[in-house]
Design a protein around this ligand. Structure first.
Ligand code: BMA
Length: 842
């Protein structure tokens, strides 16, 4: 009788009521506190942070030194070779035990581990990218409970797997579904972590639970968006419930359905429309409008809900035969868009330390540099939700690799099944984000197989080759696209980046390209102009990080190019040698370490500027550029423009300039100096082009101004005689040509030199500065008597970010700089250190 009347009340409430609050259908108890960790073969124990890693716990407890400092990386290798035990004792909260379901959920375990709940083994985990959920209702005690996790050494595992494999694979890390970079990379330390790297909790529920909600935009025009919602429920039995989708912003109810619950997993699909849709636009194209939706499920007694933010946009990858070969470009809301971005790697080797603020700062920097895409590279991790949330908010599109890089992978059923579940979970987690515009199977696996000589090196027989390639095609041509068709139809899939290796001609006529002829191949920077493909998804050059960043890992005695500590923080086998070789071509190689650091940064910036400009100038044949790499996982000498602490190298300032909406690009052809405008604006606009010829003494020889129409794309707008200008200004090493584009007060200037920096006869600049403080911002006005190159301001020892740096100054120019610091300004603002190339002996 009691249950009947309850059912009656529930049903009446359900049918009559609007979406209202009931008892929560789900109770969550976090289990992230009170953990300890110890090495399996010692009694030494220390508190463990969850989410966290063994390394960071041992560091906190003072058991190991900071692995990022000095050459400590070498001293802590034993951690990856050990097994580790995590344990925790907990009591159940409230009346959680009264629920018929109590799931124990691990959002991420790194990596191979056995889980014991109250001394019974309940799980054997073997993939850090998967979530583990198990039914623990019958195993929990009303009083105290214990969890013990035995993590097995990842280093031992991969080597054992490699030693016992029937066909060897290029690198042993292939056998473990763990972030590849944890075992070292050519920009990262070898620190093989173990740990509970994502939250742990209990989820208690009765009768049913809301498992997932996904939204797809089926069609979109100016008047209306048709959306499909797919709701997944898990239920113990039959019943009725109402599903309701509301806009959290304006309260509009988009959909309401009463459905019959069935036992088991149930997928419900229904459509709704949004009138006068506000579109999601990438950075630079418009506002990235988001809709905050709440999907609530209510059976009259219990209610559960899930919040998502969706964006209304269409995203296509256009690969069509054309006059150059085959296109590779993105079309967003019907418009082709030139992609300006970078490759992204994890922000910290120990990713659990990254704060929300640090994620935001990185995405804000990408936004400030006019980027519209980041590629989440396949040797790292599938990023945290907050990363994609921020990309949604700031209009940064995401190229999402699956986590496979520079290796071949096993093809046994167990491995492939593990890979399938991992991919399904990640696709389900990320598919509602409008920022994600492409899935990519892997990084450089196809290229490696066809170009890097693995098969010969590993002594493959034809049968071995066939088996390893079959494993590849099964995963990347079959399993991944197959599950995407089912779970995320419509979002483009690209099996491998790049499509072809950079040594082949076809790499420049179709697909995306990773061009490493500069750096790996030692080709001059100017080669970037010839080796421009359809979409440049990788290319790069190393630079030292800021001196303050170097001082975070090196003592005064280590600050030399040949110190052991510096060698530990340069992971490329020929890194120093290559920097040196390129530096000799362009600059006087400085004697002092500090000057070398500075010149290495401008060398990197100059090299990549040539690439960025060449790629943009080649539009629409080339429709995107993602340089390698945005950021670092630790303080290191690497290809990044933004170092581990978020400090900008010269490259980052050059990127900010080269990615502006409309730019000017100089090029020399025969005896002509040409100026091109490159514009991402979809309509032509009027501007004034001003050209000035100086010499290095600052004398102005010629000046001209004219009205022009800046066309969309790339356009030749000026040309002059090279020999004429050189003669007039007194030689190649003396002439300086400046072009300025003024569009209704919005100014862009580009400066051309007629020879490499080491041949230019610079004079002492004679800087003039005016410094003032307004609230928390330092404002600096700077000018110089003579032309100055790569002017760099800093407050040594202080963490100050300048909105402009590493710029050239010409007589008559005054540059206004704003400088920011996070704390209070407690230093003498009147004395910034100003240096330029002249001070390094040029
Ligand atoms: C690319 C990347 C990374 C590497 C970088 C620099 O190929 O995919 O593997 O760090 O080159 O060598």
């Amino acid at each position: 009788m009691k249950s009947y009347s309850l059912f009656f009340i529930a049903l009446t409430g359900l049918l009559l009521g609007s979406c209202s609050s009931r008892k929560p259908a789900l109770i969550r108890q976090d289990l992230n506190t009170g953990w300890y960790v110890s090495a399996s073969d010692t009694l030494a124990t220390c508190p463990a942070e969850v989410p966290g890693f063994v390394h960071t716990d041992l560091m906190k407890a003072g058991i190991i030194p900071d692995p990022f400092y000095g050459d400590n990386e070498k001293k802590v290798q034993w951690i990856g070779e050990h097994d580790w035990i995590y344990y925790d004792t907990f009591n159940l909260a409230g009346d959680i035990l009264n629920n018929s379901h109590i799931d124990l959920v691990f959002e991420g375990l790194d990596t191979r581990c056995d889980v014991y709940l109250n001394d019974t083994r309940v799980l054997a985990a073997d993939n850090m990218f998967r979530q583990w959920r198990l039914d623990a209702a019958n195993m929990l005690n009303p009083g105290s409970n214990t969890l013990r996790l035995m993590f097995y050494s990842p280093v031992e595992f991969i080597h054992h797997a490699a030693d016992t494999a029937s066909i060897p694979l290029p690198d042993p890390r292939a056998y473990l579904r763990k972030a590849p970079y944890h075992f070292g990379w050519d920009w990262g330390p070898e620190l093989a972590t173990s740990g509970i790297w994502k939250p742990v909790y209990l989820e208690a529920w009765e009768s049913w639970r809301l498992d997932d909600v996904s939204y797809t935009v089926d069609s979109l025009d100016d008047d209306r968006a048709f959306i499909s919602a797919r709701v997944t429920l898990i239920s113990d039995g039959k019943g009725k419930c109402r599903i309701c989708i509301k806009d959290k912003g304006n309260g509009v109810q988009y959909a309401q359905e009463v459905i019959s619950l069935e036992k088991g997993i149930q997928k419900i699909r229904f459509g709704f429309t949004i009138d006068n849709p506000r579109l999601w636009w990438p950075n630079g194209m418009g506002s990235p409008e988001l809709y905050s939706l709440r999907c609530s499920v209510d059976d009259g007694l219990r209610e559960d809900f899930r919040d998502d933010r969706i964006g209304l946009r269409t995203a296509e990858l256009v690969t069509e035969k054309d006059e150059f070969g085959e296109s590779f470009y993105f079309r967003i809301n019907g418009l082709p868009v030139f992609i300006k971005g970078a490759n992204y790697i994890p922000m910290d080797h120990f990713t659990t330390r990254v704060t929300e603020e640090e994620y935001r700062d990185l995405i804000l920097d990408a936004h400030a540099c006019h980027m519209n895409m980041l590629r989440v590279w396949g040797g790292g991790i599938y990023e945290s939700d907050i990363f994609y949330d921020l990309c949604d908010e700031y209009g940064i599109m995401v190229w999402q690799d699956f986590m496979y890089a520079c290796n071949m992978y096993p093809g046994n059923a167990g491995f492939l099944e593990n890979a399938r579940v991992e991919a399904e979970e990640q696709v389900i987690r990320l598919r509602n984000h409008p920022s994600v515009v492409i899935w990519c199977g892997n990084n450089e696996v196809d290229e490696g197989w066809h170009n890097w000589g693995w098969q010969q090196q590993l002594g493959y027989s034809p049968a071995d080759s066939a088996a390893v390639w079959k494993a590849y095609t099964e995963l990347f041509h079959d399993i991944l696209p197959g599950l995407l068709d089912r779970l995320d139809p419509g979002r483009p899939y690209h099996p491998s980046s790049p499509r072809h290796g950079w040594g082949r001609d076809i790499a420049y006529t179709e697909g995306d390209s990773h061009y490493w002829g500069v750096w790996w191949g030692e080709a001059p920077f100017e080669t970037y102009r010839e080796k421009t493909g359809r979409f440049m998804s990788e290319y790069g050059f190393q630079g030292f990080p800021d001196i303050q960043t170097i001082e975070a890992f090196a003592g005064p005695e280590d600050k030399t190019l040949d110190s052991e500590v510096m060698a530990v923080h340069q992971k490329h086998p020929r890194g120093f040698e290559l920097i040196d070789k390129y530096m000799e071509r362009w600059f006087e190689v400085p004697e002092s370490f500090e000057d070398y650091v500075y010149v290495s940064q401008i060398l990197q910036a100059e090299g990549i500027r040539i690439a960025l400009e060449a790629h943009r100038k080649a539009m629409p044949r080339c429709m995107g550029t993602l340089y390698w790499q945005l950021n670092d996982t630790w303080p290191v000498i690497s290809w990044s423009g933004r170092d581990y602490f978020g400090r900008w190298k010269a490259l980052q300032y050059f990127v900010e300039k080269a990615y502006r909406e409309s730019i000017l690009v100089f090029e020399e052809k025969g005896d002509s100096v040409l100026v091109y405008s490159v514009s991402d604006v979809y309509q032509p606009f009027s501007a004034i082009l001003e050209i000035k010829l100086f010499d290095t003494d600052g004398k102005l020889y010629e000046e001209s101004k004219r009205d022009i129409q800046v066309k969309p794309g790339s356009d030749l707008i000026w040309s002059g005689s090279r020999s004429g200008m050189v003669k007039m200004a007194g030689g190649e090493g003396k002439a300086i040509l400046e072009a300025t584009l003024d569009a209704a007060g919005d100014e862009y200037n580009a400066i051309h030199y007629f020879t490499v920096a080491k041949n230019i006869s610079l004079r002492e600049p004679g800087f003039r500065l005016q410094v003032a403080k307004d609230d928390k911002v330092i404002r600096i006005l700077i000018s110089s008597e003579k032309p100055a190159r790569y002017v760099h301001l800093s407050y040594p020892g202080e963490d100050v970010w300048f909105d402009r740096n590493y710029f050239d100054l010409l007589p008559g120019d005054t540059i206004e700089i704003s400088a920011f610091t996070k704390g209070n300004i407690q230093f003498d603002i009147q004395k910034p250190e100003v240096r330029s190339l002249w001070e390094t002996g040029h």
